[in-house]
Design a protein around this ligand. Structure first.
Ligand SMILES: [Zn+2]
Length: 208
C-alpha cells in the first residue's frame, strides 16, 4: 500500500503524491544525459525541480553532454543552464531539421570527430592537429538564430577552445575562432559572416 506523505498535493497528480525516493527512482531510470526526459520530468510536478536543485551543476553538465555550450561572449558561470535546457527541449517539439532538434541532440551525444554525417561540407575545421569537416547548415545568420540547438552545438567533438578554419581553397587558415567554453556552430557562423562582410567591403572598395 502506497502511503502518501502529508506534504504532497493531490492536485499535482500521481507524481506529486509520490515520496521523493520513488520520484528519484523514476528519474534515475533514465540516462543522466537525456536532456528531453529531464527537461520534461522537471516540469511534471512542482516538487520535482527541488530534487534537481540539490545538484547545482546538473543542468550545465546536461547541456554539455548534449553538445550544447556557451556562445563566445557568454560566461559559463553566469548562464542559466536550466533555462537553456528547457528552451532546447521546447525546440525539439517544433523543429525536425536533421541538423537541429532532437536529431541533433542525439547526434551530439554520440558524435566523434571522425564520424561525419553531413553530406556537403563547406568549411574545413582543423582542431587538435586533425582535420574534420563541419558545415553551414543554414544559409544566413538569421536562419541559424531560429534554431537554438544547431546554434549552440559545439562545432566539433570533443569541443575545442580554438579553431583555425579554412574558408577558401588555400592552405592558410582564413578564420580563427576562440571560445574558452568550446567553439560552437554559432561562433563559426559568426566568424564566417564577419569574413564575408570584410571580403565584400574590400571588393566594394576595389571598384573605386
Ligand atoms: Zn531547429
Amino acid at each position: 500500500m502506497l502511503i502518501i506523505p502529508e506534504d504532497r498535493d493531490a492536485s499535482q497528480g500521481l507524481l506529486g503524491m509520490l515520496p521523493n525516493e520513488l520520484v528519484l527512482m523514476i528519474r534515475e531510470a533514465y540516462p543522466a544525459s537525456d536532456l528531453v526526459f529531464h527537461a520534461r520530468f522537471d516540469q511534471l510536478s512542482e516538487h520535482v525541480p527541488r530534487l534537481y536543485d540539490a545538484d547545482t551543476d546538473f543542468w550545465r553538465r546536461l547541456c554539455y553532454s548534449n553538445g550544447i555550450g556557451c556562445l563566445k561572449n557568454e560566461e559559463s558561470r553566469m548562464m542559466n543552464w536550466k533555462a537553456l535546457a528547457l528552451e532546447c527541449e521546447l525546440h525539439t517539439r517544433i523543429c525536425y531539421q536533421p541538423g537541429c532538434g532532437e536529431a541533433k541532440l542525439s547526434e551530439n551525444t554520440t558524435w566523434t570527430s571522425n564520424r561525419l554525417r553531413q553530406k556537403e561540407p563547406i568549411v574545413t575545421v582543423r582542431a587538435s592537429g586533425q582535420s574534420v569537416k563541419d558545415t553551414r547548415p543554414y544559409s544566413s545568420h538569421d536562419d541559424l538564430n531560429q534554431h537554438i540547438i544547431a546554434l549552440r552545438s559545439f562545432a566539433c567533438f570533443p569541443p575545442v577552445d580554438n579553431m583555425q578554419v579554412n574558408l577558401f581553397t588555400t592552405t592558410t587558415p582564413s578564420l580563427c575562432v576562440n571560445n574558452v567554453s568550446g567553439a560552437t556552430v554559432h561562433d563559426i557562423q559568426d566568424g564566417i559572416n564577419i569574413v564575408e562582410q570584410y571580403e565584400y567591403t574590400l571588393s566594394t572598395l576595389d571598384l573605386y
